[in-house]
Design a protein around this ligand. Sequence first.
Ligand code: NAP
Length: 223
Amino acid sequence: MSAIFITGAGTGLGQALALEYAKEYETVVLAGRTESKLQQTAHLLQKQEKKTYVYPLDIKDWHAVHQAADRLCGKFSVEAIINNAGYGAFGSLETLKEEDIHQMIDTNVKGTIFVTQAFLPYFKKQQKGTILNIVSTAGLRGKVNESVYVASKFAVRGFTESLIEELEGTNIHVKAAYMGGMDTPFWDGNNHIKDKSRLRSPKVVAEQIKRLDDGRNKIIIES
Ligand SMILES: NC(=O)c1ccc[n+]([C@@H]2O[C@H](COP(=O)([O-])OP(=O)(O)OC[C@H]3O[C@@H](n4cnc5c(N)ncnc54)[C@H](OP(=O)(O)O)[C@@H]3O)[C@@H](O)[C@H]2O)c1
């Protein structure tokens, strides 16, 4: 049974990507920390008669991530992963809380690395796999009051570009998407974006990603 594994699939872009990419896989595995959010996405997919599998997971936990890959790859033929889960905290550098700095680096950077590292041996064994990393335009250039978030996204870009080189000539395809602001729960709890009405819907962005996911390894969607 072919399956796609998506992190942060309970809300925002992750949910929209789950609905968009479901067309190509028999099963969509939905990962994130909050099971109730994942169940909401599962419900939407089930209405489209898609098979779903909800897997509560904190991608910051190396052991839990590796256990997830072992379990899921024993159950499904996981052919693709989307590293979408992310966290942002904004403000001038000196105002950022220690906990927020850890959350950004641990979730955006280490989480993406852990998930990729855990699934890669299975992709190599089956000689097939796709890795899509959700970055941001914050992975393309620096931004005011986004220093650590931008640093985390530059790291994911560097990780992605290196893996593209490392896996060249194999049937494992690595790519990243770089998009501007979207209207998602990402912005709840901070006032970095003053006018959210200008942000695009995650559904529209997910459709654009899927449309541009044509073999290129850099999908750029500027707002
Ligand atoms: N919104 C924007 O303007 C924007 C623009 C460019 C790029 N992005 C990127 O797009 C991606 C999706 O963000 P979004 O806008 O859709 O925001 P979102 O709705 O807040 O989604 C983030 C998801 O990640 C999950 N998550 C966070 N920490 C996690 C962890 N440690 N383990 C597993 N799951 C975790 C959250 O669920 P739980 O809390 O339940 O775990 C949530 O479902 C992120 O990588 C973000 O950096 C966003």
